[in-house]
Design a protein around this ligand. Structure first.
Ligand code: C2E
Ligand code: CA
Ligand code: CA
Ligand code: CA
Length: 278
């Protein structure tokens, strides 16, 4: 009897601690989202494989809490989704990305586009296309300046409402990229039906390039399939020169990864851009 009671006691104490921590983090995230600089935006270059030319930047959320330190995006994105803050987070990122791009353009820095990640919840909000149109107008940008990233699983779990919103965004001239492609279960039919213009090949495929012939054949097939559907294919998580060479040999046009640059704060990205221009 005693050990069991003991275990329950510890279990409760642990649950309480976890619940308290989660609540504290939720309150902190709420506060961060109420301030314009509460969450930081980092920018990771996306380049053309053949020429190395910058195609755009993916905008990634960063949260440094004064007490808790750096919190992983996977953690605070999940938290935001659970406690109803993801809409605000998405708007925070969209607004920040548009503001930054407009600023770069004003200062003559050639950044062709920004890619912003949105979660499932956004694509159920019929107000999203109008919100994005308003942001573009406000910052003097064109629809082609913005790429919206949605994961393959978000698109596959989607109902009619989500599909309508994706179509509305596409009609408005925005590009839509299917993120983490290859981790879900979309069929050729799905890819034809969805209004997407880009596949972001999940980094698992890129990591597999060093493996056997079958892994290589699979990546080859996915790249060819994307191209035959008229989609651009971007390889994620490119870390080595060998991966870069293989992807280029397979005909992949776009890439992103630590080999080119890590996600950087705006000032650091500007330096990176300046050094390349020299
Ligand atoms: P993701 O959209 O697939 O973003 C790419 C992730 O891969 C980023 O992690 C990036 O730092 C990392 N990465 C880039 N290049 C390499 C590489 O060469 N090797 C490796 N191993 N990793 C690389 P991060 O920033 O930790 O973000 C994780 C995930 O959190 C993102 O995955 C995305 O799903 C989510 N996320 C980040 N920012 C946002 C946001 O603003 N909104 C939403 N909804 N989700 C976000
Ligand atoms: Ca992404
Ligand atoms: Ca991804
Ligand atoms: Ca991911």
């Amino acid at each position: 009897q005693r050990p069991a009671v003991h275990a329950i006691h510890f279990f409760r104490a642990d649950m309480n601690r976890l619940a308290r921590e989660r609540l504290a983090l939720e309150i902190a995230l709420r506060e961060a989202l109420a301030q314009p600089e509460g969450l930081q935006l980092h920018y990771q270059p996306q380049v053309r494989l053949a020429s190395g030319v910058l195609r755009g930047v993916e905008v990634l959320a960063r949260w440094r809490h004064p007490q808790y330190g750096d919190i992983q995006p996977a953690r605070f994105i999940a938290l935001a989704e659970e406690c109803g803050l993801i809409d605000r987070l998405g708007l925070h990122m969209l607004d920040g990305a548009c503001r930054q791009l407009a600023d770069w353009r004003r200062r003559g820095l050639a950044v062709p586009a920004v890619a912003v990640n949105l979660s499932a919840h956004h694509f159920r909000d019929p107000a999203l296309p109008a919100q994005i149109a308003r942001l573009l107008l406000q910052h003097g940008l064109q629809p082609a300046d913005l790429i919206i990233e949605a994961t393959e699983s978000v698109m596959m779990d989607s109902d009619g409402g989500t599909l309508d919103i994706l179509h509305a965004l596409h009609r408005a001239g925005l590009r839509i990229a299917m993120d983490d492609f290859g981790t879900g279960y979309s069929s050729l039919g799905d890819l034809c039906r969805l209004p997407i213009s880009e596949l972001k090949l999940d980094r698992r495929f890129v990591a597999d390039l060093a493996g056997d012939d079958r892994a290589l054949a699979l990546t080859d097939t996915v790249i060819r399939m994307g191209e035959s559907l008229g989609l651009s294919v971007l390889a994620e998580g490119v870390e080595t020169e060998a991966q870069r060479r293989r992807l280029q040999a397979l005909g992949c046009q776009l890439a992103q990864g630590f080999l080119f640059a890590r996600p950087m704060a705006a000032a650091e990205f500007e330096q990176w851009l300046g050094q390349r221009a020299e």
